[in-house]
Design a protein around this ligand. Structure first.
Ligand code: FAD
Length: 269
């Protein structure tokens, strides 16, 4: 098969290495706030997905289009996809895309994929690194009516079909599927390669294609928060309370006896 067309869906997320304590929930808007010094990155599973596509490009040849949905996407972050070997970058970028759920995200991405047109593979991460819903990839497959294979650890092109090793609890299984196919990728694929200087310089000169809802034939009311099918009732951080009581006693033996009484009163002994 002479080269395949691949689309990789990459989400820009707040750096998951940031300490959890810096993320705050605004109860009034039910939204999470991220301090400005926490820099965004490409989600780790999307990096694995991109590496899976690059490995195929190395072996079989082909074209990779990276697709990302969001608002105010940081160019230096998302252009990393071009620097490592993606051929094109398409951004669904508009404030109307903000606040979506799995459905509205999948619907917009699937509609953009239809506009891109030619695809043999669509790659997604097995889940995003921020909200972990693990639904967008399968939503895209459902909307486009293409088969989906989840949890891929290795993907190859063999006899004009996709040959996929997918992770199962006690090992892996091998499946073959005709194109086009959507694949969600796990960490076992391996880390995304480093960008070479040549790639970084070439990426700096490339401009992404930017589509707003109207460019993919959608109304703002069909995307982002307005297009949600789920309602977020409450977003909160669980409050963990711990009390420490020092059990006193004149001697260690008396302190031990007092502790035993306390434990019995608490019905632990
Ligand atoms: C409790 C809760 C509260 C939330 N609150 C908010 C909120 O206040 N505001 C808000 O904006 N969102 C919020 N979200 C997030 C929003 O609902 C998710 O972004 C959406 O449901 C998609 O799910 P996910 O990001 O977990 O993606 P997953 O389904 O886990 O993603 C799987 C794969 O799909 C692809 N993908 C997903 N999103 C994108 C993207 N944007 N661009 C390109 N590829 C993508 C990637 O390949 C990714 O690896 C909240 C989610 C939860 C669970």
């Amino acid at each position: 098969m002479p080269g395949v067309n691949m689309i990789v869906c990459c989400k820009q997320v707040p750096d998951p290495e940031a300490p959890p304590s810096v993320f705050k929930v605004d109860p009034a808007s039910n939204r999470m706030t991220v301090p400005p010094d926490i820099k965004p990155v490409i989600g780790q599973y999307e990096e694995f997905a991109l590496e899976a596509a690059l490995k195929i490009k190395d072996k079989t040849g082909g074209k990779i289009v990276t697709l990302s949905l969001g608002n105010n996407l940081v160019r230096d972050v998302i252009k990393k996809t071009l620097a490592v070997g993606s051929d094109e970058l398409v951004l669904l970028e508009d404030e109307a895309f903000e606040g979506g759920d799995s459905w509205s995200t999948a619907y917009a991405l699937a509609t953009a994929i239809k506009k891109i047109g030619e695809y043999d593979f669509i790659f997604c991460g097995r889940q995003s690194s921020d909200w972990d819903a693990g639904q967008v990839g399968l939503g895209i497959a459902e909307i486009l009516e293409v088969p989906a294979v989840t949890l891929a650890r290795k993907v190859e092109v063999s006899d004009g079909k996709a040959k996929i090793e997918r992770v199962v609890p006690d090992g892996y299984e091998v499946v073959e599927v005709a194109f086009p196919v959507l694949i969600t990728v796990t960490s076992e694929v391996g880390a995304l390669r480093y960008a070479a200087l040549k790639g970084i310089m070439a990426a700096a000169k490339k401009q992404p294609t930017i589509w707003k809802p109207g460019d993919i034939g959608l109304e703002p009311a069909q995307v982002g928060a307005a297009g949600r099918r789920t309602k977020l009732n409450k977003l909160f951080q669980p409050v963990k309370e711990a009390r420490c009581e020092m059990i006193e006693g004149e001697t260690p033996a008396e302190a031990g006896a007092n502790l035993a009484v306390k434990l019995r009163q608490a019905k632990i002994l």
